[in-house]
Design a protein around this ligand. Sequence first.
Ligand SMILES: CCC(=O)NCCS(=O)(=O)O
Length: 349
Amino acid sequence: MPEQSGKVQTVLGLIEPDQLGRTMTHEHLTMTFECSHVPTAPGDKDLATAPIEMKHLHWLQQNPYSHHENLLLNQEIEAVKEELLCYRKAGGGSMVENTTTGITRNLPVLQQLAKETGVHIIAGAGYYVDVTHSDETRKMTVEKLTDIIVSEVLHGADGTDIRCGVIGEIGTGWPITDSEKKVLRATAHAQTQLGCPVIIHPGRNEAAPGEVIRILQEAGGDISKTVMSHLDRTIFDKQELLEFAKMGSYLEYDLFGTEMLNYPFNLNVDMPADSQRVQALAFLIKEGYEDRILIAHDIHTKHRLTKYGGHGYCHILQNIVPKMLSRGITQNQVDKILIENPKQWLTFK
Ligand SMILES: CCC(=O)NCCS(=O)(=O)O
């Protein structure tokens, strides 16, 4: 039985599950997102290269992926540290930092942030979406990919001895590419060996989450210990959502704080407002899924930090929890979503 069994693995080592406290299950503290740069509209070229300033904030909030500098969250370690200290003061305990290979994971920085702030940080193993896969990764067999993921959890990643405590976010697009399918199968095989939590980034199509779960299931993955991220921009139809929920994964609404008119990665999608996210949580609770819900902000660009006028990592604790309570979600249910469900998911079997 691996030493992780019954414990949670943070970047500073193993902890007891009860030490986690309130946990955001999908965040980034340092990463780059250049792989998702969206070309700027011809009239906006100057805005896209201008320094981030108050007078441009609304444009940036509406076009966050068209401003190159905005995609470099890895330049903001000091600002992120300040925010983590506020997160602790606001009652936060832990964060899953699920930056994977392809978007500049930096485990020494995560370890330093955990030491300096007292927030428990759980790092992610594995690979982001196809466009970030190197030629070497593409050529790997499922067995080789499995070995690498297992080693990132058992021994450490990126040439360090800092160990990952979840697999993911494993990136997939739509349609799911062959290379992404291999990574999904390797994820399932590694999870079988390790009994560890898994988290998935699905493609931007209503059919994508179900297809990912089928691939994991066929490869022997434990769906009850798997999180499907980004449901807030992926499944809108209530019947479809219930059909997906029946497959048994955790259901994650992790884009709290993101409100934009045009979602550039899929213009057919209307990105919901936070009030609609809370309505979706209330609906899932009414349908009996309160044990399967997880929430987070998925901060992955500069403009969402308070330093740049954004909502920051405390938004859920300070603004969304009161809204949940005002919409009939009980304190007990809030605690399940923020404490108990993350704890169950993050504890190794
Ligand atoms: C790495 C961060 C990430 O993938 N975030 C998801 C953004 S979106 O696909 O939901 O727009």
